[in-house]
Design a protein around this ligand. Structure first.
Ligand SMILES: O=C(O)c1ccccc1NCC(=O)[C@H](O)[C@H](O)COP(=O)(O)O
Length: 221
């Protein structure tokens, strides 16, 4: 593992924002990305809610739409309306979010927004190293490694064994149970971005103090 890659500036994504108060917190503490979850989840936001939240969001923070097996048209509409600027695919690579699906989505996004570059982030729910190796050739700009939890697509707050991640050329996000107690260790991985949700919540709501602490830790390195 190259030292320079490990010590590169890490980006931060705070996922699962649902309220204007959450947007006020990220506008103040400034992660690189925030996530709106359009999949079934306790953090789900409707298109209308996300549109309202996006209007409040600082324009230099990229809003990522998180999807699980969604129709391409729904994703393209959110991008066309300027509600999201990146697409995180968290569903099933076999059966729904296939390679063909990603290629069709890319074509549809390019047709709808020719001037915009809308990166795809391929989420991989890691059970073992094979899950990672299978995902490397998926047509996405980034990979995102999260924990496999049965019957839960994401936002579990559970960590996986990071030693399963080999050196890969494609940039990748690290997710799954990242918290104040693991963030320094995560800074020592080759991830380009650290993605948090559960650990920056209190009683199921985003907690500005926890967001501030995590972002300060990451930025102080
Ligand atoms: O957050 C959710 O509820 C969710 C539901 C369905 C698919 C994806 C979901 N979240 C995706 C994320 O990017 C989370 O930040 C990531 O899974 C990490 O969450 P956590 O382990 O809670 O930090």
């Amino acid at each position: 593992m190259s030292k320079s890659k490990k010590t590169l500036h890490k980006r931060i994504k705070i996922c699962g924002l649902t309220r204007p108060e959450d947007i006020a917190a990220v506008n103040e503490y400034r992660p690189d990305y925030i996530g709106f979850v359009f999949a079934p989840s306790k953090r789900n936001v409707s298109e209308m809610r996300a549109a309202g939240l996006k209007k409040l969001l600082s324009p230099d923070i990229t809003a990522v739409g998180v999807f699980v097996n969604s129709p391409i048209d729904d994703i393209v509409r959110l991008v066309s309306r300027g509600i999201i600027g990146a697409v995180q695919l968290h569903g099933d690579m076999e059966g729904f979010e296939t390679v063909q699906y990603a290629e069709d989505l890319k074509k549809a996004l390019a047709a709808a927004r020719p001037a915009a570059s809308v990166p795809l982030i391929r989420a991989v729910r890691v059970k073992d190293g094979d899950d990672i190796r299978r995902a490397v050739s998926y047509p996405a700009e980034y990979l995102l490694f999260d924990t496999f939890v049965k019957d839960q697509y994401g936002g579990s707050g559970v960590r996986f064994d990071w030693s399963l991640i080999p050196h890969i050329e494609k940039p990748w996000f690290l997710a799954g149970g990242l918290s104040a107690s693991t963030i320094k260790e995560a800074l020592n991985t080759e991830a380009c971005c650290l993605d948090l949700s559960s650990a920056v919540e209190t009683d199921g709501r985003k907690d500005p103090k926890k967001i501030q602490e995590i972002i300060q830790t990451v930025r102080s390195v």
